[in-house]
Design a protein around this ligand. Structure first.
Ligand code: GTP
Ligand code: MG
Length: 201
């Protein structure tokens, strides 16, 4: 990871209302890096190389009147990097697990990623399931993946499911905002329990 990225992240931490670490996992090649690049730069890059180990991104955003420092960790999906990734999951506030809608085999790894996040981050970490590459999936696959994804959401007690396309720019911000908004609501309701009835977003 680049030192200047870490320095930027540390500078951000001192000025934000909340600072959260979000971890991203899922099978190799499903499109995690492409997704984060689209989110951070609004560009679709077709020639990413596989993520070696982990990559870190930092960003400050405003949601619900709060300044939020995000540190997003992109965990390489290749099995061989797993041994060094456990420690990077520690302290995460939320997780996003990705699978490829056009390759339903990638759904089989979702359970393992959820289990890892719960083991190494926290047993109660909120996790969103995200389908990628909606643009190249046939209608039939889209329907099938949605059905299977919703079963997993229920089975594994995830926040929910969103299909996305980094190529089309579909549901990119929605994914991040869904996670962040949930954390904001959790934080505010936990802190001021009983004083703010019914926070909605
Ligand atoms: N058509 C299409 N291709 C995509 C999309 N997202 C990613 N890809 C392609 O899928 C390939 C793999 O994307 P990556 O982002 O490198 O995948 P990754 O999940 O980060 O892979 P690892 O780092 O090995 O875990 C690249 O060739 C991307 O261009 C998408 O929304 N649509
Ligand atoms: Mg990657």
């Amino acid at each position: 990871m680049a030192i200047n990225e870490l320095a930027r992240a540390l500078a951000m931490v001192s000025t934000a209302d909340f600072n959260w670490k979000i971890i991203c996992g899922g099978a190799g090649g499903v499109g995690k890096t492409t997704f984060l690049f689209r989110y951070l730069t609004n560009q679709f890059v077709a020639n990413t190389s596989l993520t070696v180990g982990v990559q870190l991104h930092s960003q400050t955003i405003e949601r619900q009147g709060k300044k939020i420092g995000l540190i997003i960790w992109d965990l390489g999906g290749q099995e061989r990097f797993r041994f060094l990734q456990d420690s990077y999951m520690k302290g995460a506030s939320a997780g996003i697990v990705f699978f490829d809608i056009s390759n339903l085999g990638s759904l089989l790894q979702v359970k393992d990623w959820v289990a890892m996040f719960r083991k190494f981050a926290s047993p109660s970490i909120p996790i969103l399931l995200v389908g990628t590459k909606l643009d190249i999936a046939e209608e039939q696959m889209h329907l099938q993946s949605e059905k299977e994804a919703l079963v997993l959401v229920k089975q594994l007690d995830l926040i929910g499911y969103l299909p996305s396309s980094s190529k089309l720019g579909k549901n990119i911000e929605a994914v991040i905002y869904t996670v962040v908004d949930l954390l904001v609501v959790q934080k505010l309701s936990g802190r001021q329990a009983g004083t703010i009835g019914g926070i909605t977003n």
